[in-house]
Design a protein around this ligand. Structure first.
Ligand SMILES: Cc1cc2nc3c(=O)[nH]c(=O)nc-3n(C[C@H](O)[C@H](O)[C@H](O)COP(=O)(O)OP(=O)(O)OC[C@H]3O[C@@H](n4cnc5c(N)ncnc54)[C@H](O)[C@@H]3O)c2cc1C
Length: 406
C-alpha cells in the first residue's frame, strides 16, 4: 500500500550532512515535523567506515586551500566564516562527543570509534523526534504549489522544504548512487563527475613485483612537463595502481588521465647526494651483483624494480656499472615516472569530485536559486576536499548552515 505523509522538511539522505541539517533544523523548529529519508536500512552507515573506522570528522583550521571545485574558494570562505571546524566541533561537543586532534590537526572522536559520532547524532535525532525512514530509495522530486512531492516506490512525502543530501556517486559499500539524476530532472546544472581520493591506476609492468610494498616518497603530478601538485607521505604499490594518502590527494586530477606521477624516493637528498651515495655503493664491493646496491636502502623488490626500470640486469657485477647506468638509477630514485590511466571507477573513491554547480545555490543558505525551499548539501555539490577530515567538515558545516536556514 502506498504510504503518504505531509511534513515540514524532508531530508533525502541520512549521511553526515543530512543528519546534522535535520538536527539543527529541529532544534530551531521544535514544533515542526522533520523526516530523514534514507535508502539504506540504517542511517549513517558510511560514517562508520570513515577514517578506517575512526572517523576523521574535521580538520582544525580547515580553509579554502584544501577544497576543489568551480567557485569553491568563495563558497568555503562564506561558509567557514560562520561554520568553521571550531563551530562544528562545538556543536558535536554539545551533543556529548569528546574529540582529539592529532599532530596533523586531523580531528577524531576521543574513543577512536566512528560509532561514537553516529551514536551522538542518533541520540539527538531521537530526542528531537526526527523520524528516520529507512529503505526509502527516493526516485523523484517534483515541485508542487506548497513545496515538494518526494517519491519512493511505495511512499509519497509532501514537504514544504526538501533537502538533497544524498552524497556522492559511490556509497559506503562501493555501490553507485543515482541521486544526482533527481536534481538534473529539476533542471539543475551539474558538472562532470570524477572519482577522487582514490588509488591511481598506472601503466607499468613492474607493479606486480611491487604489490604490497610501502615506501616514503614525494609524489608529484606532472602534466605537460609541469608539476601541478606535490605531496609527501607513504606510497603503497598495488597490482595496478599507486595508493596511499599522498596519492589520494593527487587522484582528482590524475584520474582524468593524460598525466604522470613522479616518485622521488629520497626527497630529503639532493641529486648530488643521491649520485654520491650510489657511486659509493657501487665501489664498495665491485664483484657484488647490482641487486645488492640497495641493501639497507630500499625494500629488496623496490631495488630490483629500480634496476629493471633503469635497464640494468640484477646479476651485473657492480664493477660493470658506469656513469650512464648510475645516471639512470639516480633518475629512477628521484624522478620515477608512472603514466596515469583515466579512471571512472567510483567504487574505490572516498569522494566524488563534481556535482551540482556551486553557482546554483545561495552560499549563505545552500538553498537552490532556481527552486526556493530546495537545499543541496555535502558531496552532492561540486566541491570536494583533500584527505584529512576536510570532506566531513564540509558536509557537517553545510548541514548546520542549511539547518539554520530551513
Ligand atoms: C571509505 C571512506 C572513508 C572516508 N573517510 C573520511 C574521513 O575520515 N574524513 C572525511 O572527512 N571524509 C571521509 N570520507 C568522505 C566522507 O565520508 C564524505 O565526503 C561525506 O560522508 C559526505 O557526506 P554527505 O552527507 O554529503 O553524504 P553521505 O555521507 O554519503 O550520505 C548520503 C546518504 O544518502 C543516502 N542516499 C543516496 N541516494 C539516496 C536516495 N536516492 N534516496 C535516499 N537516500 C539516498 C546514502 O545511502 C547515504 O546514507 C570517506 C569516504 C569513504 C567512502
Amino acid at each position: 500500500m502506498m504510504k503518504k505523509k505531509s511534513v515540514y522538511a524532508a531530508v533525502i539522505g541520512g549521511g553526515a550532512a543530512g543528519m546534522l541539517c535535520a538536527i539543527r533544523a529541529a532544534e530551531n523548529h521544535r514544533d515542526k515535523k522533520i523526516v530523514i529519508l534514507e535508502k539504506a536500512d540504517r542511517v549513517g552507515k558510511k560514517l562508520l567506515v570513515t577514517g578506517n573506522g575512526r572517523c576523521n570528522l574535521s580538520h582544525v583550521g580547515a580553509d579554502e586551500k584544501s577544497y576543489h571545485g568551480e567557485g569553491s574558494d568563495a563558497l568555503i570562505n562564506i561558509l567557514f566564516s560562520k561554520y568553521n571546524s571550531e563551530v562544528v566541533l562545538r556543536h558535536f561537543h554539545g551533543l556529548g562527543l569528546l574529540t582529539h586532534a592529532d599532530s596533523e590537526n586531523r580531528v577524531y572522536p576521543l574513543s577512536n570509534q566512528a560509532s561514537s559520532v553516529l551514536d551522538v547524532l542518533r541520540k539527538r535525532m531521537a530526542e528531537l523526534n526526527i523520524e528516520e525512514i529507512c529503505n526509502a530509495d527516493i526516485q523523484s522530486i517534483q515541485k508542487t504549489a506548497e513545496g515538494y512531492e518526494i517519491a519512493a516506490a511505495d511512499m509519497r512525502i509532501y514537504a514544504k522544504k526538501c533537502v538533497a543530501a544524498f552524497g556522492g556517486k559511490a556509497d559506503y559499500a562501493g555501490r553507485e548512487s543515482g541521486g544526482r539524476e533527481l536534481l538534473r530532472s529539476l533542471g539543475l546544472n551539474l558538472t562532470k563527475l570524477t572519482p577522487s581520493l582514490s588509488p591511481v591506476k598506472v601503466r607499468s609492468d613492474l607493479l606486480r613485483s611491487l604489490k604490497g610494498i610501502r615506501a616514503q616518497a614525494q609524489a608529484s603530478l606532472v602534466q605537460n612537463h609541469h608539476i601541478i601538485k606535490t605531496e609527501r607521505g607513504e606510497v603503497q604499490f598495488t597490482e595496478n595502481a599507486l595508493s596511499g594518502i599522498c596519492i589520494f590527494n593527487l587522484s582528482r586530477e590524475a584520474n582524468k588521465g593524460g598525466c604522470e606521477i613522479s616518485l622521488n624516493l629520497l626527497p630529503e637528498c639532493t641529486d648530488k647526494q643521491i649520485r654520491n651515495e650510489i657511486y659509493a655503493r657501487v665501489q664498495r664491493d665491485p664483484d657484488a651483483p647490482a641487486s645488492e646496491i640497495f641493501t639497507g636502502m630500499f625494500h629488496k623488490n623496490l631495488g630490483l624494480a629500480i634496476l629493471k626500470a633503469s635497464g640494468i640486469k640484477p646479476s651485473l657485477p657492480c664493477k660493470d656499472i658506469f656513469d650512464k647506468e648510475i645516471k639512470f638509477i639516480c633518475r629512477h630514485i628521484s624522478d620515477w615516472r608512472f603514466t596515469c590511466e583515466e579512471s571512472r571507477d567510483f567504487k574505490k573513491a572516498q569522494v566524488t569530485a563534481g556535482g551540482v554547480r556551486l553557482s546554483e545555490i545561495d552560499p549563505r543558505t545552500f538553498e537552490s536559486k532556481r527552486h526556493r525551499g530546495l537545499y543541496i548539501l555535502g558531496e552532492a555539490l561540486d566541491i570536494d576536499g583533500d584527505c584529512g577530515g576536510y570532506n566531513l567538515q564540509f558536509a557537517f558545516a553545510s548541514g548546520l548552515c542549511a539547518g539554520d536556514s530551513l
